[in-house]
Design a binder for this molecule. Structure first.
Ligand SMILES: Cc1cc2nc3c(=O)[nH]c(=O)nc-3n(C[C@H](O)[C@H](O)[C@H](O)COP(=O)(O)OP(=O)(O)OC[C@H]3O[C@@H](n4cnc5c(N)ncnc54)[C@H](O)[C@@H]3O)c2cc1C
Length: 434
């Protein structure tokens, strides 16, 4: 297919998982792009230092670029126990005895065709970086204003005063990204700010040696310890050398002040965890007393406006109960990169964004909304499940396969057909029938 000449000028704002994945996808289909990152370097200390990727994420990266999948294979780690390889998480009680005192022996969330995999966020970002030529990502380039009023080009300005014009901007600038404001403010101003999920987290990472000293073999397999309004999720990262720990606390009150992490005293943090088994409390020796509030974009009425399009958390930031947020960004990147690979002239960009929105938004927003409900289940405060760990386990086993085995290849095919139909490219007979 003929490529536009001169080539499209595409700017990706943000070099998180979403922005880098899109760059990898675009490079694969031969579409040049530049990534503008506000920070001085790649972010390896973001909230959620560990990242678990399900089969849908794996499929997305494999369809995007096989090398990506191969490289991720080298940094990922699963559960240690052979009988737990197909388990995403084991559900246990968080109180003394992990539920054994009430006869609970653990609920297995998984599937015979699921293989657990997670990595340190830094390792995933390093893998992605290695697939992107030097110079594609420009650091210290914080976008401070965007303007697409007067022309079909988007003009934008950086904090250092430089201004550039491009054919389109893909906003991969995260949950509080300014591109979200540009896309939504004039039509849906109430949807610009992220909404509080009524929960916050504490985080810890410790060596596997420390973790095993405290938890024994529990440390080697992904576990979620639950009690009312609080819980601890943990899994191996760094090829099994470290344990990633996230403590969730339900918070019925509105979040006060800025949407940023706040330091608390160690005493305040420990008071939040009252009732935990003492092994879980001991793990908190390795946690910073830092409260990270969780926000999400439960409703996003559109993912684009003119030549600005949203991808990843700027479009659909999610609470992390289903460990699916980054995976949705990977799916976005797959679909959008393939669509942009079909674009023959800047006029067709609007069609590419329209088709992307129609395919990606319903699924991604559904997952955001469900993750909030799952979170309530995991806090044992959902009216349907209450404290019944078996019901919580059964619900997760019903929901997660719908995320994991989504038809991404069919989405790609539908995207291609819709795009060609809308730009008037003849669609081959056999494709129409299929
Ligand atoms: C506790 C927790 C656990 C999680 N666990 C999982 C999990 O197991 N599996 C999973 O799939 N997902 C998980 N997630 C979700 C996942 O972390 C996010 O969905 C993902 O990291 C979002 O990536 P992103 O690239 O869209 O945004 P970000 O990672 O936020 O990247 C945005 C980038 O844009 C840059 N930027 C922002 N503004 C500008 C600007 N104006 N100019 C230039 N650059 C800018 C930022 O510096 C940053 O580098 C978890 C989330 C949390 C909170």
């Amino acid at each position: 297919m003929a490529k536009p000449s001169p080539p499209l000028s595409l700017a990706i704002v943000g070099s998180g998982i979403g922005g880098l994945a899109l760059a990898i996808g675009l490079l694969k289909v031969g579409v040049p792009c530049t990534v503008y990152e506000g920070a001085a370097r790649f972010d390896s200390d973001a909230i959620g230092a560990g990242i678990g990727l399900g089969p849908n994420s794996m499929k997305a990266i494999e369809l995007m670029d096989e090398r990506f999948a191969q490289l991720y294979d080298e940094v990922k780690v699963g559960n240690k126990a052979p009988e737990k390889i197909h388990e995403q998480i084991e559900i246990l009680g968080a109180e003394e005895g992990f539920g054994a005192l009430t006869g609970w022996t653990g609920g297995s969330v998984g599937h015979p065709e699921f293989t657990r995999s997670s990595a340190h966020r830094k390792a995933l970002l390093d893998t992605m970086k290695s697939l992107i030529p030097e110079g594609t990502v420009k650091f210290n380039k914080r976008v401070v204003s965007l303007n697409q009023e007067r022309s079909t080009k988007v003009e934008f300005e950086f904090g250092d005063g430089e201004r550039i014009k491009v054919d389109a901007v893909i906003g991969c600038d995260g949950i509080k990204g300014m591109t979200r404001r540009e896309v939504l403010e004039s039509r849906f101003p109430e949807e610009v700010p992220a909404k509080y999920c009524n929960e916050y987290v504490y985080r810890a990472i410790t060596s596997m040696e420390n973790a095993k000293g405290i938890l024994g073999t529990h440390a080697e397999n992904a576990e979620w310890f639950m009690m009312e309004s609080k819980g601890v999720a943990m899994y191996q990262i760094s090829k099994g050398a470290e344990l990633n720990v996230v403590v969730f606390v339900e918070d019925k009150k509105p979040w006060q002040g800025e949407q940023v992490a706040t330091e608390v005293t160690r005493e305040a943090m420990m008071a939040d965890l009252e009732g935990f088994d003492k092994r879980l409390l001991k793990l908190m020796d390795y946690a910073k007393p830092m409260k990270w509030p969780l926000f999400h974009h439960s409703d996003t009425p559109t993912y684009y406006k003119g030549r600005i399009c949203l991808l990843g958390d700027s479009a659909h930031a999610s609470s992390p109960s289903q460990a699916a947020g980054a995976g949705q960004g990977l799916e976005d990147a797959l679909i959008l990169s393939k669509l942009l690979g079909l674009v023959n002239s800047p006029d067709e960009l609007d069609v590419a964004f329209q088709v992307y929105d129609s395919i990606r938004r319903p699924r991604a927003q559904r997952i955001v909304q469900e993750s909030k409900v799952v979170g309530e289940g995991y806090f044992l405060t959902h009216p349907k499940f209450g404290h019944d760990l078996q019901k919580v386990t059964d619900d997760a086993n019903e929901r997660l396969p719908k995320i994991w085995w989504h038809g991404l290849a069919a989405d790609l095919k539908a995207a291609e057909l819709d795009f060609k139909r809308l730009v008037g490219t003849p669609v081959k007979d056999e494709v129409q029938k299929g």
